[in-house]
Ligand binder design. Structure first.
Ligand code: 2P0
Length: 326
């Protein structure tokens, strides 16, 4: 017997960052976070449950993946198989749709799409909130990709997995956009998973980070409610910088920045000084993301082209939540 599920999920960029777990096994975060789902970057995934398979198979962009990558998928699918009380193996095929130079292939869209596809293949009919708690256990940031627009990942209580889930905050259909400046698209040397653990264990700034992220989130939700773009942007930029400052305080220090990251940040500041509101954020890599108003995106692209190449500048509008494909 065979049963199939197909799902698309878009990636998301955190405006209030997640940087650390209070429970590593369950992927429970130290603080709640908030993101914007992006239309330009997404993953399509097909899961075929097949009684004839002896073990799970995993293909990424038509290339069969090795044991280590497949094992991660197996562990993730087991969450669903355990719930449904089945042992059927699966063939998983994933396709990343990311502009070639972006280097933004993301575990957020990957695990969110896989959760959606497996939910359909198994026939569990989990609702989106519950599905986000499953996506979370593949990769923390995947929790938020279940929904479109502005999405909160509510940290939840204690070790209760079901309480740590995504909450849709706002559809972001009020002139919101993002421009990615791809500085370097190579593989990062230090994974987020290791980087965040090292930061919690050694950075003396960590407790202040958690406090400030929590108050930033409250203020940001107010700004979103009031469609106050300037406050939204100011908190975004401040929160991202505070996360990177906290990492710099780790031992040994952690920095994902490159010279061109600083160049991009300076450029955005110059653009802002001309009167166009735009604000930077950065994740566990050197690329710079610019939160802006969609109506300013063309102008911002033009100005960025004075210092960066065409293929380094990737604009995106707001993305939708997961959707089943047929
Ligand atoms: C975020 N990042 O909120 C933060 C900001 C990077 C910097 O979530 O260990 O791949 O799989 O939960 O989700 C990247 O870390 O880490 C991330 P795991 P994940 O988007």
């Amino acid at each position: 017997m065979k049963s199939t599920g197909r799902c698309r999920a878009h990636t998301n960029i955190a405006l209030i960052k997640y940087w650390g777990k209070r429970n590593e096994e369950l992927f429970l975060p130290m603080n709640s976070s908030l993101s914007l789902t992006l239309d330009a970057f997404y993953t399509d995934t097909e899961v075929v449950l097949d009684d004839d398979l002896d073990s799970d198979e995993f293909y990424l962009d038509n290339t069969k993946q090795g044991d280590k990558e497949t094992q991660k998928i197996t562990e993730f699918l087991n969450l669903f198989r355990n719930l449904a009380n089945i042992e059927t193996k699966a063939c998983v095929k994933s396709y990343n749709h990311v502009p070639t130079a972006a280097g933004l292939a993301s575990s957020a869209s990957a695990f969110s799409a896989l959760a959606g596809a497996m939910n359909q293949a198994v026939g569990l009919n989990l609702d989106l909130k519950t599905l986000s708690t499953f996506a979370r256990q593949g990769s923390g940031s995947a929790t938020r990709s279940v929904y479109g627009g502005f999405v909160e990942w509510s940290m939840g209580e204690d070790d209760k997995s079901s309480t740590s889930h995504a909450v849709p905050v706002d559809d972001a259909k009020w002139d919101i956009g993002m421009v990615v400046i791809a500085v370097n698209t190579g593989r990062k040397k230090l994974s987020s998973r290791v980087g965040m653990k090292q930061t919690i264990e050694t950075s003396p700034f960590y407790s202040s980070w958690v406090e400030t992220a929590t108050s930033d989130l409250t203020k940001m939700k107010e700004a979103i409610k009031g469609h106050d773009f300037i406050t939204l942007g100011e908190i975004t930029e401040s929160n991202g910088m505070k996360m990177h400052a906290t990492m710099l305080g780790a031992f040994p220090p952690i920095s994902y920045w490159e010279p061109d990251s600083v160049k991009a940040i300076q450029k955005v500041k110059e653009i802002r000084e001309t009167g166009i509101p735009c604000y930077v954020t950065m994740d566990a890599g050197p690329n710079v993301k610019v939160l802006c108003q969609q109506s300013d995106m063309k102008k911002i692209e033009e100005l960025l082209l004075e210092d960066f190449n065409r293929e380094q500048i990737i604009p995106s509008t707001v993305g939708e939540g997961i959707k089943l494909l047929n």
